[in-house]
Design a protein around this ligand. Structure first.
Ligand SMILES: *[C@@H]1O[C@H](CO)[C@@H](O)[C@H](O)[C@H]1NC(C)=O
Ligand SMILES: *[C@@H]1O[C@H](CO)[C@@H](O)[C@H](O)[C@H]1NC(C)=O
Ligand SMILES: *[C@@H]1O[C@H](CO)[C@@H](O)[C@H](O)[C@H]1NC(C)=O
Length: 500
């Protein structure tokens, strides 16, 4: 009945400044027995791309709130630079081709418009021309998506969208007429195809995936993503709409319920460095699986502990050392005497009384310096509390916390690590559905570099998402390359299994 399992092979693409000088991807397509396959080329990882990616994440962290033209809800913010997996789609009749990122962390489809006249980004990318499509339907409603580190604006149009061998009819998408960010100029992709829930779709537009289901184009209401962890492999990855490709995973998937419709969000259990619990997620941490983010992102205090454990070069913070040497012992005393962790910093006067907590709205603290001291105090509380769980002595705890001050993630992104030490770095483990999901240093360290000089960088990046959405862990491509992921829309579950 025309229902198909559609396979889109995508490609690992790393966006860099040098990309613009490289020949563009050549695409080839093949179709066989209900499978539509698109294969593409890919490009090597580059340091500039990663640095910029990290910066983009940090910048976006400052401004998570985004409004559409109707003053609608919050949009995900992402890092569209760095390592990217993408594929080609066709819009209109006959199809006009666009390279898009398949992004589980957002829900709209947008591509540059032929009516985009003043953005350099549009100059460098394919543009949709509605007058050349016989299936175009005008909508015209304006729309803006603000990514914090840049925004796109444009208007809605409707047309058929070809994904693999499937044709989704009358799909609403955004024709971008302005792309206000350097990110989009450098990007190798033309647009983004969101695979998140309609709840975070700008203009409440029906996402492509929803239309595939409504139009009965796919077999099962799941899609699954496999990313090739071998950076030199021929295939970059594969998205299967309507099913799961058994050749790309080992064993069984561990399923967890989706806890918030919007992103593909779930509750993550404990997070371990080596075989030690960091204690930060014992009560559960919210996490999302996000194919549109390259690295792994988490709250600053934990990322600092990871940086310390793997010996990543951080940002030596004098404020941090000062808070620890002056107040460390007091914080320790207060914690063991049973003062609630979230009250400690207000009690010693380092945070304003109004109950401002680290990660719960740093924005509301006006003075920059006060904000830093308050944040540092709250991080110190988290660190000491984690150490207390491990029953360490006071002196050991304070020494460790002081060392952590040297591992704060640097805002400029230099979490460079010594490649020679990879073999001695600890494994890290995410607990999902009571099962351990380990990443070895070979998996979480990202190797980049040019001209034979390899540079190693931590795949962990700090990102503090404020409530109500945060704090949030973002399991990006670094994680998804190790674990094959099933997005089960019908049962509202996410499944993870070892990728093969
Ligand atoms: C668009 O992409 C398809 C599939 O990748 C390809 O067969 C077709 O030739 C492309 N069309 C253009 C105009 O490049
Ligand atoms: C954890 O690792 C340490 C050394 O790395 C080892 O001594 C200890 O026995 C391990 N504990 C468990 C529970 O595996
Ligand atoms: C990390 O995990 C790998 C793979 O499971 C294992 O071979 C290795 O011994 C572990 N390393 C440490 C330090 O425990």
């Amino acid at each position: 009945m025309g229902r198909k399992l559609v396979v889109v092979t995508c490609c690992l693409w790393i966006v860099t400044f040098t990309c613009l000088l490289l020949p563009s991807a050549s695409a080839s397509a093949s179709a066989s027995a209900g499978l539509s396959r698109i294969s593409l080329k890919k490009q090597r990882l580059d340091l500039h791309g990663l640095m910029a990616a990290r910066l983009a994440v940090i910048m976006s962290g400052q401004d998570m709130m985004v409004a559409s033209s109707e003053g609608q809800e919050v949009m995900p913010l992402k890092n569209y630079l760095g390592a990217q997996y993408y594929g080609v789609i066709g819009i209109g009749s006959p199809p006009q081709n666009f390279t898009v990122i398949f992004d589980t962390g957002s829900s709209n489809l947008w591509v540059p418009s032929s009516k985009c006249f003043f953005s350099i980004a549009c100059y460098f990318h394919s543009k949709y021309k509605s007058s050349r499509s016989s299936t175009y339907t005008k909508n015209g409603k304006s729309c803006e998506i603000n990514y914090g580190s840049g925004s796109i604006s444009g208007f809605f149009s409707q047309d058929n969208v070809k994904v693999g061998g499937l044709v989704v009819k009358d799909q609403a998408f955004i024709e971008a007429t302005r792309e206000g960010s350097v990110i989009f100029i450098l990007a190798k992709f033309d647009g983004i195809l969101g695979l998140g829930f309609q709840e975070i779709s700008m203009g409440n537009a029906t996402p492509v995936w929803y239309n595939m289901l409504k139009q009965d184009l796919v077999r099962d209401d799941v899609f699954s993503i496999w990313l090739n962890k071998d950076p030199l492999g021929q295939e970059g990855g594969e998205i299967v709409f309507g099913g799961v490709d058994p050749k790309h995973y080992k064993g069984k998937h561990t399923y967890v319920p989706v806890t918030g419709k919007g992103y593909w969000q779930f509750d993550m259990g404990d997070f371990l460095i080596g075989n030690r619990s960091t204690g930060v997620c014992v009560g559960g941490c919210a996490a999302i699986v996000d194919s549109g983010t390259s690295l792994l992102a988490g709250p600053t205090p934990v990322i600092t502990e990871i940086n310390h454990a793997i010996g990543a070069q951080g940002f030596i913070s004098a404020e941090c050392k000062e808070v620890v040497s002056e107040y460390g012992e007091l914080i320790w005393e207060l914690l063991i005497s049973g003062v609630q962790a979230n009250k400690v910093c207000t009690q010693i006067g380092l945070c304003p009384i109004i109950g401002i907590q680290y990660m719960s709205g740093i924005k509301t603290v006006v003075d920059k310096e006060d904000k830093l001291v308050c944040m540092t105090c709250q991080m110190t509380v988290i660190w000491i509390q984690n150490q207390l769980r491990q029953e360490e002595t006071k002196d050991k705890i304070l020494d460790y916390v002081n060392e952590l001050c040297e591992s704060l993630p640097s805002p400029t992104g230099d979490s460079v690590i010594d490649c020679a030490k990879i073999a001695r770095m600890p494994n890290v483990t995410f607990t999902i559905g009571d099962k351990p999901f380990k990443l070895t240093p070979q998996q979480y360290v990202v190797k980049t570099g040019k001209d034979g000089a390899t540079i190693c960088m931590s795949g962990f990046t700090a990102l503090d998402v404020p409530p109500p959405r945060g704090p949030l862990w973002i399991l990006g491509d670094v994680f998804m390359a190790v674990y094959h992921t099933v997005f089960d829309y019908g049962n509202l579950e996410i499944g993870f299994a070892e990728a093969a």
